[in-house]
Design a protein around this ligand. Sequence first.
Ligand code: AMP
Length: 404
Amino acid sequence: MKVLVINAGSSSLKYQLYDMTNESVLASGRVERIGMDSSIVTHEASGKSEVRSVSEILEHTTAVRRVLEMLVDPHNGVIDVISEIDAVGHRVVHGGEAFKQSVLVTQDVKLEIRNLFDLAPLHNPAHMMGISAVDTNLPEVPQVVVFDTAFHQTMPRESYLYAIPMVLYRRHKVRRYGFHGTSHAYVSVQAAAYLQQPLESLKMVSCHIGNGASCTAILDGKSFDTSMGMTPLEGLMMGTRSGDLDPAVVPFVMNKEDLSVSEVNSMLNKHSGLQAISGLSSDMREITEAMQEGDKHAQLAFDMYAYRVRKYIGAYAAAMNGIDTLVFTAGVGENSSILRKAVCEGLTFLGIELDEERNNERRKDVRIISTDASRVKVLVVPTNEELLIARDTFEIVQQQLQSP
Ligand code: AMP
């Protein structure tokens, strides 16, 4: 079975075509600047070099058509005919309380995703455009939606409720949902398999730390708590997001600086985090380089970022009455040995002991970076959200085909 994985944004669309017989990626690419006259399609067939073209792509239906053209292109394509695509899996950011797992797209599912537009106004409408574009281009092909929030639907009420009037939860579903669920789910399964232990037996904290960042407490194989909230703004300090702050700061700053709701929203989401503290960049590589050259602001940004991660690991160890597995993933978690060291240095009381040499190794596979004596196993697990989307899509469509 061949599965096309799509991550549709408002002006971009990323794709990967998987052959599920061996879970290999046949081709991948992206369409950028959708809606503009000079849209860019970048396509890479496995084993070949990347090709790039510029053309006018005004909406998602045309973007998906261009992707399909690339996939069957005589020079850079990887399939002979479009009908070789058996299923399409979409990443959807917000599944609210309606979706606790990945599901086949039906009219009801589309309606539910539309009902969630309020909770994810920047993301869900774009995902719907992706789904409609596939409906138009591949009307016979089953589609599956995989939600960033679904993994966290197992959180207990004490984790997901805010201590604000309950009427806001009942009326508007104001609660914590958590994000990066596909990544946390994927790396937890990979880590347990690597350790050759049942996932259900582990008390794990997974740290998905990249440009966006979140920590999740995983107990009995399920999300017990996670650091992002109703939106991805809560929790850790991120590239451009503030993470946790006293909510009273918002009206105070709005008042003092005469800011509108959208201005304060933009400040907290786009002009805070590493970017704001360093005054330099939201990119951890640049922060680290500047810090190593003696830049004090970059040092502070790095220290604050690491401190927050450490604090959440400690909190989640308390929440689960212990921790035996700590996982680092995503851009920073997978690549920055110096950040991992800074986080773990203050956690020796929990039985976390990094092996300097293992931590400094530059590898792209799953690996342990703690010492043999460390009570907590610390792992680096490269995330692969697209593969999990492809797997869920494959399983759901297989079940559908087998059901009478
Ligand atoms: P992601 O959002 O998962 O793609 O992660 C992006 C973040 O990972 C950016 O802040 C990058 O600077 C960071 N990153 C990628 N490679 C490295 C590296 N070698 N060292 C430090 N940070 C890195």
